[in-house]
Ligand binder design. Structure first.
Ligand SMILES: NC(=O)c1ccc[n+]([C@@H]2O[C@H](COP(=O)([O-])OP(=O)(O)OC[C@H]3O[C@@H](n4cnc5c(N)ncnc54)[C@H](OP(=O)(O)O)[C@@H]3O)[C@@H](O)[C@H]2O)c1
Length: 280
């Protein structure tokens, strides 16, 4: 058994489902004892039960109810939506009150970029202020989620649109790989090795231009690439998530950190490269 055996995942959304799946696998192997998922309503129950976890309805604004739901829990992983991260302060406060050993806030992006009006930074400040032990995971962009036509990547039509030069490297990781990494370190490392630590992971560090030329080489097709100049990106408000992200990547802020500090603690972790994810 691992040191932490009782897990709560808050939110079973785009990322959460993968983490729940990995924890449930560990439960089946007898490595951990319970995987509970916090949700706001019965609407998510079927999905959570299908994943093999136990749903519990919580009102994130009700401290007593939250604390009750955290009785005996060792580790809480929040994968709440960006729009809900302010509730993480309530979760952290309840964790502290109930002596939950570790809280993982819903970060899962890039350390130098907070696109969300510093809401995530505010949560981190609060967790440190109340001295709730935490672990933070930076993962770069989700390679299995972001390369969509909506975001400007229309692979079927051979048309892609990016901001900036496309030359700067960025970190990309697929959600199943993120989930495997989290589940592994949270159950293999000691509490001391986890507490108040920052984990930097990436499936691959690569530039958009290198992804495009790799795609062309693998498919034998030629991409029509539109590049929005920096001057245009700079005119956009910070609320324009895509423009802000491209600008920050172009500024050199698209990686999770120094390569030698990345992908530590799990030598057998073999995450997929961006092209592998893209081409299936
Ligand atoms: N690096 C990247 O490329 C990338 C991409 C996407 C997301 N992310 C990050 O990953 C984390 C999780 O994002 P996600 O896309 O997985 O989240 P999501 O699917 O949008 O939402 C996760 C869950 O949050 C709960 N939720 C939604 N709105 C809420 C609200 N107003 N109040 C309380 N709970 C609410 C919902 O659960 P219930 O309805 O069951 O309560 C939902 O299933 C975020 O920190 C996000 O920034 C990173």
């Amino acid at each position: 058994m691992s040191e932490f055996t009782s897990f709560v995942v808050a939110g079973a959304g785009n990322l959460g489902v993968f983490i729940i799946q990995e924890l449930v696998k560990l439960k089946k192997q007898g490595k951990i004892a319970s995987v509970v998922v916090f949700t706001r309503s019965n609407d998510s129950h079927e999905k959570i039960l299908r994943l093999g976890a136990k749903p519990i309805n919580v009102n994130y604004s009700n401290p007593d109810q939250l604390a009750h739901a955290l009785k005996g829990v060792h580790c809480v992983i929040s994968t709440l939506a960006v729009s809900a991260v302010e509730f993480e302060k309530e979760i952290a406060r309840a964790c502290k009150a109930m002596e939950v050993r570790l809280f993982v806030p819903s970060e899962f992006g890039l350390p130098k970029i907070d696109h969300f009006g510093s809401r995530k930074d505010e949560v981190k400040r609060y967790i440190k202020e109340i001295k709730q032990p935490y672990a933070i995971f930076y993962t770069g962009a989700f390679s299995d989620l972001i390369f969509t036509p909506y975001a400007g990547f229309n692979w079927d039509d051979g048309k892609v649109r990016i901001g900036g030069s496309g030359d700067q490297p960025a970190s990309f990781t697929a959600r199943p790989d993120i989930a495997r990494y989290l589940a592994y370190v949270l159950t293999e490392l000691s509490a001391e090795e986890l507490e108040n630590k920052i984990f930097l992971i990436e499936g691959e560090r690569i530039s958009f231009n290198a992804i495009f030329s790799g795609w062309e080489a693998r498919t034998g097709r030629t991409l029509q690439i539109t590049r929005i100049p920096r001057s245009e990106l700079e005119k956009e408000s910070p609320a324009n998530f895509g423009a802000h992200l491209f600008l920050e990547i172009d500024n050199g802020n698209g990686t999770v950190g120094a390569p030698e500090e990345t992908n530590l603690y799990y030598p057998e972790w073999k995450p997929k490269k961006a092209l592998e994810v893209l081409l299936g």
